[in-house]
Ligand binder design. Structure first.
Ligand code: GDP
Ligand code: IMO
Ligand code: MG
Length: 422
């Protein structure tokens, strides 16, 4: 069996949670492979809305197994809050959620370090989610991290050592903090975590595949936030791309089947960093209002702009995307004109590839389309698509050389249209 991967092609918040939930009935297992509680994946069904951060978005569909892989970083306090809220709302997960012993733990001091490093950067700050993601992955790579499996042996000692090391750094930064409450909740989270299936997920995942089970890997963040290929240094600290599913779950590259790339019909970004198609005018504000473009967890305003086909072509290449999923086109339903960036103008020259540096001097070149001016939110089949919308998606497919398999026309599970193409 192969695994399919579903991941974001822009700067995150493309709608990954919604589509994973929709696709889950076709799979036996859903697995997260990177990121942590910096993610906020929203799902809506039966009039209820849920936001998931560390728990895979397959948790609401029957008794599927959901795996948190080794590539994920886990904050036990936030995990406990998320899991308890789900259980309280009638979604028991203890038996269905398996957590890799090799996943790294976000310590309370990692969160404080995240804030301290951001403060030290001043205007150059990344605008992180403040969840300790960077410092935790830093400790992983520098071979100082604590892993979920560590909570099973001599944990107090290992924790004290890591905390002391972090305290030294915080002292050198003259950063004032109070860890008491954070640490209390975190320790409660560690006890809570002990009640879950802590597994060698690489063995589990490969064993399931051998037994003929199908797996959907759920990406977090987006390709333009990838630590290698994103808009560095304004990125997250993990590989958000398809290759991350291999390292974050222990899968051979030949195991990858379909790669679903998700994009919005426009583009958003939270936090600092370059964004060539950003709109600072009324149109940008209209997209934000109609698309409710505010952080799923933090409530931060998302920056909005037109869809960027130059960046998308790059993302499709890096991930080996086989099928596209177009989200939130309904937000543009009332627009007279819709634009798509097809090239960049750099130093007076037009380029159609994604350059090394997009931090300045990159001017988008747009193609314009007449809007479809039709409420598409109740449509259930592509047969109902207005002519202008068909022209628009055909143009996107030609430009991106990849078929659009799913069109999402609203936040609810039901507002999802699968196209006839294979
Ligand atoms: P994720 O991080 O990729 O899972 O995306 P988020 O949940 O952070 O952000 C996507 C937002 O758009 C959420 O509020 C979803 O409920 C909402 N959403 C998803 N698909 C659609 C859609 O097709 N149309 C509209 N209007 N909203 C959508
Ligand atoms: P989902 O999975 C959008 C952004 C932050 C910041 C940068 C680094 O919901 O799409 P970090 O806390 O990871 O060190 O922050 O990355 N960021 C996201 N933006 N969606 C996300 O996740 C994000 N996770 C991190 O805003 O700019
Ligand atoms: Mg999100």
């Amino acid at each position: 069996m192969k695994v399919d991967v579903l991941l974001g092609l822009q700067w995150g918040d493309e709608g990954k949670g919604k589509v994973v939930d929709v696709l889950t009935p076709r799979y036996d297992v859903v697995a997260r492979f990177q990121g942590g509680p910096n993610a906020g994946h929203t799902l809506e069904f039966e009039g209820q809305k849920y936001v998931l951060r560390s728990i895979p978005s397959g948790i609401f569909q029957g008794d599927k197994i959901n795996i948190i892989g080794n590539g994920v970083v886990l904050d036990p306090a936030l995990f406990k809050a998320e899991a308890e809220a789900l259980e309280a709302s009638g979604h028991p997960l203890k038996e269905r959620l398996h957590i890799s012993k090799k996943a790294h733990l976000i310590l309370p001091t990692h969160r404080i370090l995240d804030a301290a490093y951001e403060a030290a950067k001043g205007d150059a700050k990344v605008g992180t989610t403040g969840k300790g993601i960077g410092p935790t992955y830093t400790d992983k790579v520098s071979r100082n991290g604590l892993r979920v499996g560590d909570i099973l042996h001599n944990f107090a000692e290992k924790y004290a050592e890591a905390k002391a090391r972090h305290e030294k750094i915080l002292k050198s930064l003259n950063y004032e903090y109070d860890i008491t409450e954070l640490e209390k909740q975190w320790m409660e989270g560690i006890d809570y975590l002990r009640g879950f299936h802590l597994v060698d997920s690489e063995h589990e995942v490969n064993g399931l595949l051998k037994a003929g089970k199908s797996i959907l890997c759920e990406g977090a963040q987006g390709t333009m936030l990838d630590v290698d290929f994103g808009s560095y240094p304004f990125v997250t600290s993990s590989n958000t791309i398809c290759a991350g599913a291999c390292t974050g779950l222990g899968l051979g590259p030949n195991r990858i089947g379909e790669v679903y790339g998700i994009m919005k019909a426009y583009c958003t970004r939270v936090g600092s960093g370059p964004f060539p198609t950003e709109l600072f005018d009324e149109t940008g504000k209209t997209i934000r209002d109609l698309g409710h473009e505010y952080g799923a967890v933090t409530g931060r305003e998302r920056r909005c702009g037109w869809i960027d086909l130059v960046a998308l072509r790059y993302a499709i290449m890096i991930n080996g995307v086989t099928k596209l999923i177009l989200m939130k086109s309904d937000v543009l339903d009332g627009f007279d004109t819709v634009k798509a960036c097809v090239a960049y103008r750099v130093n007076g020259e037009e380029i159609d590839y994604f350059p090394y540096d997009i931090s300045e001097g990159v001017e988008p070149v747009y193609a314009e389309f007449p809007g479809w001016k039709t409420d598409m939110t109740k449509m259930t089949s592509e047969d109902e698509f207005p002519e202008e919308f068909n022209a628009y998606i055909t143009f996107l497919e030609e430009q991106l050389e990849t078929p659009i398999k799913i069109v999402s026309v609203g936040p609810d599970r039901e507002q999802t249209i699968e196209r006839y193409i294979d």
